[in-house]
Design a protein around this ligand. Structure first.
Ligand code: PMT
Length: 403
């Protein structure tokens, strides 16, 4: 958990998006953070302080003028306690008060008093967001070093559409982890990940492909980023959102993936090949749609694609190289064969061709092998599985580097 031991003050101001803030508290705590909530009066019109007390496990702070609260943990104590102050949602009003340095309630006062990083997640009607006054305040806050998270664009509570939606709680929690996670166990480490299928065109309308959804590779990229790594994700054609803080390079074919990976491999510390790369491609891709003709069958001549994983492992300044193995039987035996043949550092083997794990589903199980060891990672959601895998990779990477 990359926020383990981190202390976050969450300021909640009075916008409709305040209803998402309890979920944000939960996600920050799931990542290991300790969270104290400070509410403005406006926020209390949307969500009860009791809700935040229940999800944070601590009383809510909402006034400067309580002798009891000040004696327990006053605004200066809170300002010093925080490793980070996040205001989510940040209304136009709160942005204006922060830009002008007002100290007219507990939240604005403690933000003036803190030396820790401050970030805001704006949330408001799109006209309010685009108003020159708000945009001017935004510039002031950015110039002052406040990290701005969002807003997103889309349907708004007022029924209109445009920029001004607060980012989703998990996205915000991810960005906080990115901001604070630079001290994670993979801080300063560059990780290159491949994900998804490659598609090999036969003609402008047909291709050879496979069932990879990209979920496993995207989860690996996200897990590496949560550990503080600088992550580049080379993705085949999939319809998944890019994990926050990850640089994405889109490719289509194995040859494109090979080029994108080889361009970056020497500058990477760890390579994880989770993509289902096509071993073969049509020898000739027709520029015109192939006509079906009168024959009952057609022969497609295939040629071998480059083996990206083997090429990375064999390259000069090779990164610590981790492959995947997708097998329908004798999983461990075939995977160990690939580990040896491709001369890679680790391999994560999974069974495919069965229901509810492997390709195109939310769960998976892995047997991870390296020269002198192995570890089974039980069937679980790909997000947590990827976290466990990246911890193992991190351990082996450190060992290899120290040898
Ligand atoms: O994307 P999902 O729907 O979440 O499914 C996840 C997954 C099943 C695709 C993933 O867990 C997985 O197993 N990925 C590797 C699939 C694969 O191509 O396995 P393989 O045994 O054929 O290849 C072995 C390794 O060589 C892989 O790391 C592969 O990326 C790499 N390879 C293969 C061929 C090639 N030309 N170049 C390569 O780099």
């Amino acid at each position: 958990m990359s926020l383990e031991g981190r202390r976050i003050v969450l300021g909640v101001s009075g916008g409709i998006a305040a209803y998402k803030a309890p979920d944000l508290v939960r996600r920050l705590r799931d990542a290991g953070a300790s969270v104290r909530v400070v509410m403005t009066r406006g926020a209390e019109s949307f969500v009860s302080p009791m809700t935040f007390q229940a999800v944070s496990g601590h009383p809510v702070h909402d006034t400067l003028w309580s002798a009891e609260a000040e004696a327990a943990m006053g605004h200066i104590d809170l300002a010093r306690w925080a490793d980070l102050v996040l205001v989510a949602p940040a209304t136009a009003n709160v942005m204006a008060r922060l830009a002008h340095g007002l100290a007219d309630d507990l939240l604005t006062t403690l933000i003036l008093a803190t030396e820790s990083p401050v970030c805001i997640a704006p949330a408001m009607n799109h006209q309010m967001w685009l108003h020159p006054a708000t945009q001017g305040n935004l510039t002031v806050l950015e110039d002052r070093g406040v990290a701005i998270m969002g807003p997103g664009a889309g349907d708004q509570a007022c029924g209109e559409t445009g920029p001004g939606r607060m980012l989703e709680p998990q996205d915000l929690a991810d960005r906080v982890q990115l901001l604070l996670g630079r001290a994670g166990t993979l801080a300063g480490v560059k990780v290159l990940v491949t994900a998804g299928p490659t598609l090999e065109d036969l003609d402008p309308v047909r291709f050879l492909g496979n069932r990879s959804s990209g979920k496993m590779g995207f989860a690996v990229a996200e897990a590496a980023r949560r550990l503080g790594a600088e992550v580049t994700l080379v993705a085949g054609p999939v319809s998944l959102d890019t994990p926050a803080g990850v640089e994405r390079v889109n490719v289509r074919s194995a040859q494109e993936m090979y080029a994108a990976v080889m361009q970056r491999a020497a500058d990477s510390d760890i390579y994880v090949g989770a993509a289902a790369v096509a071993d073969f491609r049509p020898k000739l891709a027709s520029e015109e749609k192939i006509k079906k003709g009168t024959e009952d069958f057609q022969t497609i001549e295939l040629v071998r694609n480059p083996d990206i994983l083997a090429a990375v492992a064999g390259s000069e300044n090779a990164p610590f190289t981790v492959g995947f193995a997708a097998e329908t039987s004798d999983v461990e035996q075939y995977a160990r064969g690939k580990l040896d043949k491709k001369k890679i550092d680790m391999i994560a083997a999974n069974r495919v061709g069965v229901d509810h794990q492997g390709f195109d589903c939310g769960d998976n199980a892995l047997t991870v092998l390296w020269n002198e060891g192995r570890q089974d990672l039980a069937l679980q959601p790909k997000s947590s599985l990827a976290g466990a895998l990246m911890q193992l990779v991190e351990e082996r990477f450190r060992t290899a580097r120290d040898e």
